[in-house]
Design a binder for this molecule. Sequence first.
Ligand code: ADP
Ligand code: MG
Length: 292
Amino acid sequence: MTTELILAPSATAPRGLAVHTRGLVHVYRGEGRDVAALAGVDLSVRAGEMIGLLGPSGAGKSTLLSLLAGLFRPTAGTVVVGDLDLTKATASELDTLHATDVSLMLQGAARNVLPFLTAAQNIEFAQVAAQRAERAGDLPGTPTLLGMVGLSDLGDEPLDRLTPGQLQLATLAVVLSTRPGLLLADEPTSRLDHEARDRVLAALARVNRELGTTVVVVTHDRDVARWMPRTVTIRDGRIGGEGRSGEEYAVVTADGFLPLPAHALEVLPPGTLVRLELEDGEYRLRVERDQS
Ligand code: ADP
Ligand code: MG
C-alpha cells in the first residue's frame, strides 16, 4: 500500500507535471534507410517524481526526451504532459509549454545558454518569453535561482569563464528561471569529474525536493542511478527494465511482452522454454531444461 503525502504548495512553487506516454513509436526517415528509434514506449512519471532514464548509446533516450519536450511529433502513440496531449497540441499551446511549463537541458551545456553572457543576463533573457506568457510576478528572482544551484557568487561572471561543472549548474539555474513543472536533462553530467557530477546531481535532487518539479535525467552512466529513487532502462527503443532503490525489475509491456534483462538472457538464451507457475500465491518461472 502506498500513502500519498500532499504538501500545500507555496505561492511561488510550481506544481510538478505528470507525464504519460502510450505506444510511443518514432521512426527517423532517412534516404533509403529508416531508423526505428522508439518501438512502443509506455512510460508514466508521477507529478513531482524524479527518475533516471538509463540505457546504452543509441537506445533511444534522447529521442524519448525530445518527444516529452514536444520538440517534434512521434510517428505513433501519445505523449501527455500535465493535461496537454502534445501530439494534438496546437503550435501556440506548444509555445506556451516551452516558455513556461517544460524545460529541456540539451546535451552539452553551451547549447542551452549564451556563453558570452553572465548567468544573471541569461536568466533575464530566458524570463522574457515566460513573462510574455502572462506568468510575470510568479517567476523566481536571480539570487533565489543562483542560491538553489549553489552559485550565488558567480552570477556576474561570463559563463565561458566558469568550469564545466559550474557552467552546468548555471545552465540549471537558467532553465529553472521559467518555473517549469517538468525538467528534462539529457546527459547533464557527461564529461564532468566525479565531484562536479555529484554537485550537479545534488542540485537536481534539491530542485525536485524543494520546488516539486518533475525531473527526468537521461544518462548512460550507471553511477548516476545511485541518485535516482527510480530508474527506467531503455533498450532498443523499448522499456527494458525498471529499478527501485537499487533493485532491478523487468516490466510487462502493454501488449503482454516481458523483456528480460541482459543478465537473465545469459542464463535464459532466446528460445528457452519457460512456464509461469502459481505456487502458494506466488508466481515462479519454471525453465524447461530438456529441449530436444
Ligand atoms: P540515445 O540518446 O539513447 O543514444 P538516440 O535517441 O539519440 O539514442 O538515437 C536512437 C536511434 O535513432 C539511434 O540509432 C540513432 O542513430 C538514431 N537517430 C537519432 N537521431 C536521429 C536523426 N536525427 N536522424 C536519424 N536517426 C537518428
Ligand atoms: Mg543521447
